[in-house]
Ligand binder design. Structure first.
Ligand SMILES: *Cc1c(COP(=O)(O)O)cnc(C)c1O
Length: 405
């Protein structure tokens, strides 16, 4: 039975009458950019996220770029971030001429290690960008405390984590100075094209971000500050408004699937439990752990369910040969990217990220997956790992991080 990594057609079919009506409503209004649909979406998302201001923008990438522009970050400035994330987190810093400063991540959460942020702070540090990777909250209170102590704003990259809650129930992206979200179709709340959101609780930043969204223009054709065309389309606003009321049920579906995967892998005998960081005869694969499980329901919204294998590339090829989708997020950490060769970074400073890059594999987790499909994915992985258990690890970094015994 084929199991795609993601099947967006199922969600579209389930909501087809409402989505089609929303698209036609926008077509008939001929208000195509911003306007009442985007205004309404912003108010609905402010309520959902528990944040004072939500600003609909053109993409998650542009949301991050706007945050850099709002703080006038530029040449000579440094911005700290995890080295293990999607490229947009780093690209926004480079695009304004500032220098990204990469730090390693935590072995269990895959999120930025606050202790390493502290070590990386210099007088030139102008912001910290924690990423709530794969839908799990970074250690945001520790990061905010560091930011406050050093007068450095915290820009949350919540692109993969819309709705993710901290252990005391706050939604990520509503906690730092600015939150950045993506509505890329594969995110938990996806548009039918590009879209994003910037959030803040600060009234002055809200005004500045809204100006930046439209060429720094206020009033019309008067430009006080530099901005760009970062506006959200009305079609995307209308689509997202149809989908938002279902978001919690989709999170619940992903969480249910994650729990079933975990249970089945443990029952199979190739995992002793979630959050183990060392491969052994009892842990032929490593399972992701929802760190705040049992506190808030949305502690991990599982935008990805990312397992680890010491034979990752061969496992992925095997899954593909059986019609099962699996993807590597992410194979190359920022410090190893060719475009950052000029920074002359020391590869040995990033043992955990290097190990993750060599071992991670994300498997299908979308809410509409059936139990039979999940059983098939598990059975295929278990059979593969059992037959490869005695072959040497492919991970070139095992000596560095001690992940392999
Ligand atoms: C998707 C993503 C982005 C960029 O969002 P786009 O809407 O695709 O521009 C930024 N950061 C992370 C961590 C992402 O996953």
């Amino acid at each position: 039975m084929p199991v795609p990594l993601l099947d967006l057609k199922i969600q579209y079919q389930a909501l087809k009458p409402e989505l089609d009506a929303a698209l036609i409503r926008v077509a008939e209004s001929q208000i195509s950019i911003l306007g009442p649909e985007v205004d309404a979406l912003e108010r609905e998302l402010e309520a959902y996220l528990g944040v004072k201001h939500a600003i609909g923008v053109s993409s998650g990438t542009d949301a991050l770029l706007m945050a850099m522009m709002a703080y006038d970050i530029g040449p000579g400035d440094e911005v700290i971030m995890p080295t293990f994330s999607f490229f947009a987190t780093a690209g926004c810093v480079s695009r304004v001429g500032a220098t990204p400063v990469f730090v390693d991540v935590d072995h269990v959460s895959f999120n930025i290690d606050p202790a390493l942020i502290l070590k990386a702070i210099t007088p030139r540090t102008k912001a910290v960008i924690p990423v709530h990777l794969f839908g799990q909250a970074a250690d945001i209170d520790a990061i905010i405390a560091i930011g406050k102590a050093h007068g450095v704003p915290v820009i949350e990259d919540a692109a993969q984590a819309i709705g993710t809650q901290t252990s005391d129930g706050r939604r990520v992206g509503s906690i730092g100075e600015i939150g950045c979200f993506s509505f890329y179709p594969t995110k938990n709340l996806g548009a039918m094209g590009d879209g994003g959101l910037v959030t803040t609780n600060d009234d002055a930043l809200n005004i500045k971000l809204r100006q930046i969204r439209n060429h720094g223009m206020e009033p019309r054709y008067y430009h006080k500050i530099m901005g760009g065309n970062f506006r959200l389309d009305a079609m995307q606003g209308a689509v997202l408004r149809v989908k938002l009321p279902f978001l919690e049920s989709w999170h619940a579906g992903r969480r249910r699937n994650a729990e079933l995967y975990t249970q089945l892998f443990i029952e199979s005998g190739i995992s002793s439990g979630a959050g183990v960081t060392t491969f052994s005869e009892h842990d032929l694969i490593l399972l992701p752990k929802a760190i705040n499980a049992g506190t808030s329901p949305d502690n991990h919204i599982f935008n990805q369910f990312t397992i680890r294998s010491a034979h990752r590339d061969a496992l992925r090829a095997h899954l593909q040969s059986k019609g099962i989708g699996a993807e590597i997020y992410y194979p190359v950490p920022f410090h190893r990217q060719e475009c950052y060769a000029h920074l002359h970074l020391n590869d040995g400073d990033y043992p955990v990220s290097n190990c993750l890059a060599a071992t991670v594999l994300s498997v299908p987790i979308y809410p509409e997956l059936t139990t039979a499909q999940i059983r098939e994915v598990v059975a295929t992985i278990v059979e593969f790992e059992r037959t490869h258990a005695s072959t040497p690890s492919e991970c070139a970094d095992c000596a560095e991080c001690g992940t392999h015994t």
